[in-house]
Unconditional design. Sequence first.
Lengths: 400, 498
Amino acid sequence: MTTFTPTSPAELLSAVQWAVAEEAPLEIVGHGSKRAIGRPLQTENTLDLSKLTGVTLYEPAELVLSARAGTPLAQIEKLLAENGQQLAFEPMDYARLLGQEPGNGTIGGVLAANLSGPRRLKAGAARDHILGIHAVSGRGEAFKSGGRVVKNVTGYDLSKAMAGSWGTLAVFTDVTFKVLPAAETEVTLAVRGLLDDNAAAAMSLALGSSAEVSSAAHLPERIAARVADGMLGNEAATLLRVEGFGPSVTYRIGALKELLRHAGPLQEIAGETSEAIWRDVRYCVPFAGSDKPLWRVSMAPADGHAMVMALRMQSAVEVFYDWQGGLIWLSMEMGEPEDQLVRAAVKHFGGGHATLVRAAPPVRAAVPVFEPQPPALAALAHRLKAEFDPSQILNPGRMA
Amino acid sequence: MSGLAMPKPDEATLGRRATIVADLRSIVPGEGVVETVNEMRAFESDGLTAYRQLPLVVVLPETVAQVSRVLKYCNDRNIRVVPRGAGTSLSGGALPLEDAVLLVMSRFNRILGIDYPNRTVTAQPGVTNLGITHAVEQEGFYYAPDPSSQIACSIGGNVAENSGGVHCLKYGLTANNVLGIEMVLMNGEVVRLGGKHLDAEGYDLLGLMTGSEGLLGVVTEVTVRILKKPETARALLIGFPTSEQGGQCVADIIGAGIIPGGMEMMDRPAIHAAEDFVQAGYPLECEALLIVELDGPAVEVDHLIGAVEAIAINNGSTTCIISNSEEERLRFWAGRKAAFPAVGRISPDYYCMDGTIPRKELPRVLAGMRDLSQTYGLRVANVFHAGDGNLHPLILYDANVPGELDKAEKFGADILRLCVEVGGVLTGEHGVGVEKRDLMPEMFNEADLDQQMRVKCAFDPNHLLNPGKVFPQLRRCAELGRMHVHRGQVAFPDIPRF
């Protein structure tokens, strides 16, 4: 059992080269905050990036930040906030779902898991903001891709290819992200008491307007009470966040109120309450504090509610929706992860994918955590893995 | 061709041409196979017209099954294939090869679906960029990435090149606006990546395909995100005595938390050429001209116009005109949009470069370009996507003067070296193609290029799809696949271990 804790890219390179030479697989961890996602690993050795830290470049006027992969996300978010900036894609923190201490996680982990948050609708995910990487492949070769500028089509975009690869293609040593100004203010408009289908219609209407809604979530009855210390009460809440300069936000909230005047009772929520609500949506707080299996389903936003309705005819399920209905956090009441049931329903309603983000290790060893791919696509992904990590050194089997 | 080495044509393929043509006719019947020299002339170059080459044969398939069969046929017989969309590439991405089938996707020209609740359009790859907006604009929607060739360029080509445009600072590149594609691999397999959902599962092969310049697969269907048109847009026309002041103004606008819908800069030669051509009312006595466009609700635009005006004055602007009507806004843009043809009027030929730099390096790069301009004895005019640091230097030359094209290309290469030297990149939106292929080692070392080549090996191990593009040197996948470490021979520095 060896744990490598490199403090420089050169040390990290040596550790991977050792593993390649010894054919000794490595588990790649930062803070280990997402360690419980994916098929459980059985590697003897660990590559721990938590000491490979430091912001190496931050130029607010250029909207760019580079850091060593093990740099705490919290440190980066604090630095950006001090300069009125942010990672616009709002990377979520799985800690509350996975029974971990919140506030951990590294910037490398953000990219490896392609994290995002409620603003995904407008601003995309980590893959949309990554500008460049330095990494070491499973062949023990150090390489870079991309750069530090926003517009760059020089060569294949390996940075994107590695987003969401869960450490199975290469180990990042450095990442460079585009950063953006934080909004001056935010206000949330809540439509109360809607059933899922009416909520989906209201969200489609709002997103199809020019009000530039940055986030849209629907918390069904009872779930609503689980965010922001119960401030929303039990009644279902369809939440629309508007961000930007003060006068613009006021105007756009007004436009939304007019647009949705017949949708249901409206409630305007500003300031810290609005921020608390979206923080809890981002961190999936309604499903925290349990170890019940939990699915993360991604599908066409307007079709999510129909899939849930179909599923409900076969099993009791508890859900809430983010991304206008395109991100569904779903828990089966029977306690067993019915993977075939969920995946068949997703497929039937236009396709997408379902990830089992929370389940006990034996379950994750038996049930495919990530959506199985059709044969030609799976073969292509397998060939890519074989090119970058031919001897299966990096997180072997995690995405299998 | 000025010294550009392309892969050596395969004699066996050239010798089998008649058979190949006949076989392709059996896959794509009717007029889908073009083989006479006269008819193939139309396809001998793309937007980079300095390079021309007749293909082996041109195939215009109509169905995904035909694309799949053509590729599988070529793969099985080791025949090279060059995919082509609308042929507007500025980097020679669709330049034919003598021994390659040119696979033209222009007959894939239908919109397949419009989905307003999900705000998506699904289209065949030959639909033009502007065609997507036209399909949805009556309902007030549009497709945001707007490369200047948007009237002609195809959405499939946009995916291949990860096209940008003047609005991508605020609204993103093609990669940020494409949700899904269907594509055919060189072996004929059809795969779908993404869909109408926001994030694709597994490795981000969609991200990898976007900007892969036709080397990894042939796109047969594209699903994009559409947006509701902003309620209003207004622009400011701001002149500065120096490019430094213009550059600082851009930095201060962004520093104030403002991300304009568009932010363009022109230098003195470009300003004069544009003004002479379209009389946009540009001030002629300034060294740098900035067009800043704000879009959104009127109340927001008015608020930000005031803020930008104050920043401009603070940076010593000599002119600051604010558009008060849609006509005036469009007039501001008319000069910028006509900058290329305007430069075409003052010089027999021009060569357009596409490097991106960190914005703060603009004065240094402009000064370097002035020096190079003297060294080479060629004039240069600059237009610049100021918000994201993407430079378009236009090198003025005369192809009829022996040696001038060569000189212009060397000048261009030096500009790109300078871009890389200051922390930038070779190409922001036009692609590597054949044009910047041999400059790749300026930016990437051998290990970096090897990793890129390994991607290619996963998709197309025989290097049959669009060979000779992007990579300066082709290495066999078997050779790349060898492991270079041996048990017990790796150095172990003192890494903390527990």
